[in-house]
Design a protein around this ligand. Structure first.
Ligand SMILES: C[S@@+](CC[C@H](N)C(=O)[O-])C[C@H]1O[C@@H](n2cnc3c(N)ncnc32)[C@H](O)[C@@H]1O
Length: 251
């Protein structure tokens, strides 16, 4: 267990320890994961995943890879939006159990869920029309490896769509005015609400620390470019606390 903010900060210096922590933590919070998401985002997470799925499916997709699929909401949304096949991957088994039962309950037959690490995808090169990751890359210490894997499995012209919490760097006047409130919500309220609802000691204290250690929208665009992608659109939601990137692997 990682008990306090200093230990959480330290953990970001050690990729192996962090990856282990992330895998155990998501396995432990799996039963309450959806509930906490809905409450702490006021239900907006549903809308954001819909936007990701819409961009991923585009005018048609034979195969979408949803990395860090968790409880499967984005994979299900991609299926609902018209993807022919979806492959949802995650390294936390209890999350996959939730995803499979949700998929079964909804009579969805075109999603396969499997255990895999986002930095070593069990897929051949150039098989996917889109790669999606919602609130995932921030949790992967070896970000470059995950992006290189996404690039590898995408067909030329394929789309990468990511949604994640951003490192807060208010750029507009509205964002500057809202920043203290956003910080209070994220740094103070979310850890308390998350702890009460999930029963997990530190998972929701890890969340704001992971965002602080991640990238602003512009910085993340640079990471995508470094890894070969062409950034097509960047969206910011809720005063710049959440960002969506759409990028392509050029033909
Ligand atoms: C915040 S959850 C997001 C789940 C889902 N995408 C959603 O939108 O609700 C992050 C998920 O990524 C998974 N994850 C983190 N690092 C991973 C890695 N290296 N390989 C595979 N899955 C990973 C975690 O197990 C967890 O289920």
């Amino acid at each position: 267990m990682v008990p306090n903010k200093d230990s959480l900060d330290d953990m970001f210096q050690n990729p192996e320890i962090r990856a282990n922590y992330v895998q155990n933590m998501f396995s432990e919070i799996a039963p309450k994961y959806d509930l906490v998401n809905r409450v702490m985002t006021f239900g907006l997470d549903i809308r954001w995943r819909n936007l990701v799925a819409t961009a991923a499916v585009g005018t048609g997709a034979d195969l979408i890879i949803d990395a860090g699929t968790g409880s499967g909401d984005l994979a299900l949304e991609c299926s609902k939006m018209g993807a022919k096949n979806v492959f949802g991957l995650d390294f936390a088994q209890p999350m996959l159990t939730n995803a499979r039962s949700k998929s079964k309950k909804n009579d969805v037959t075109n999603i396969d869920f499997a255990a895999a690490d986002g930095t070593r995808l069990p897929l051949r090169d150039a098989v996917a029309d889109a790669w999606t990751g919602a609130f995932v890359l921030r949790n992967i210490p070896k970000l470059d490896l995950a992006l290189q894997e996404a690039y590898r499995v995408l067909k030329p012209g394929g789309r990468l769509i990511t949604l994640d919490a951003a490192r807060l760097q208010p750029s507009t006047l509205v964002q500057q005015i809202a920043a203290p409130g956003a910080r209070f919500h994220f740094n103070k309220l979310v850890p308390v609400i998350g702890k009460i609802l999930s029963g997990h000691e530190d998972a929701y204290s890890y969340l704001p620390v992971s965002a602080e250690n991640f990238f602003s929208p512009n910085e993340f665009s640079a990471q995508l470019r470094i890894n070969g992608f062409t950034v097509v659109r960047v969206f910011e939601y809720v005063f710049g606390t959440v960002m969506m990137h759409i990028a392509i692997k050029e033909q």
